[in-house]
Design a protein around this ligand. Structure first.
Ligand SMILES: CC(C)(COP(=O)(O)OP(=O)(O)OC[C@H]1O[C@@H](n2cnc3c(N)ncnc32)[C@H](O)[C@@H]1OP(=O)(O)O)[C@@H](O)C(=O)NCCC(=O)NCCS
Length: 130
């Protein structure tokens, strides 16, 4: 069943992972830093694919926590390459939680992360045209 806040996710499903009890805050919900780290991993996967090599996170330009993530939710992170600069790539991200035996899907966060392509020596490098 679709939740009131939901349309369809935008972007490519890049990672899915299970929210575990070890990832909770003192209130028993999932810690926001854990969700952010999953989003950073998904964004890095998308950026590495586009950059054809190593990237590093340079900025989190926008991050909105829309709804809590619960233990047992399956966190699904969707990515879209929003902008390709000279050495940087901006990735738009959405995280959705699947819960109640996967019947419900709730958008829990959206964000925009920026990555810079690095060469083998660790200095920034130009992103290939495709
Ligand atoms: C990423 C890094 C190599 C960039 O080096 P730099 O010499 O500062 O690079 P520049 O200022 O020329 O910026 C490089 C690109 O990043 C973009 N950028 C830099 N800072 C940015 C910011 N705060 N927000 C958005 N974009 C940014 C620039 O616009 C530029 O994009 P373009 O080449 O597409 O035009 C360097 O800042 C660094 O090593 N940062 C630490 C990264 C890291 O360790 N991340 C993990 C943290 S745990």
């Amino acid at each position: 069943m679709m939740q009131p806040n939901g349309t369809e996710p935008t972007g490519q499903l890049t990672i899915r992972t299970l929210a575990m009890p070890a990832d909770t805050n003192p209130a028993g919900d999932i810690f926001g830093g854990w969700v952010m780290s999953q989003m950073d991993i998904a964004g890095a996967i998308a950026a590495v694919e586009r950059a054809h090599g190593r990237v590093v996170t340079v900025a989190v330009e926008a991050m909105t926590f829309i709804a809590p993530v619960k233990v047992g939710d399956i966190l699904c992170v969707y990515t879209t390459v929003e902008r390709v600069g000279t050495t940087s790539i901006t990735i738009a991200l959405e995280a959705w939680a699947r819960r109640n035996r996967l019947d419900d899907r709730v958008k829990v966060t959206d964000a925009r992360f920026v990555y810079v392509a690095l060469g083998e020596d660790g200095s920034k490098r130009a992103i290939p045209s495709a």
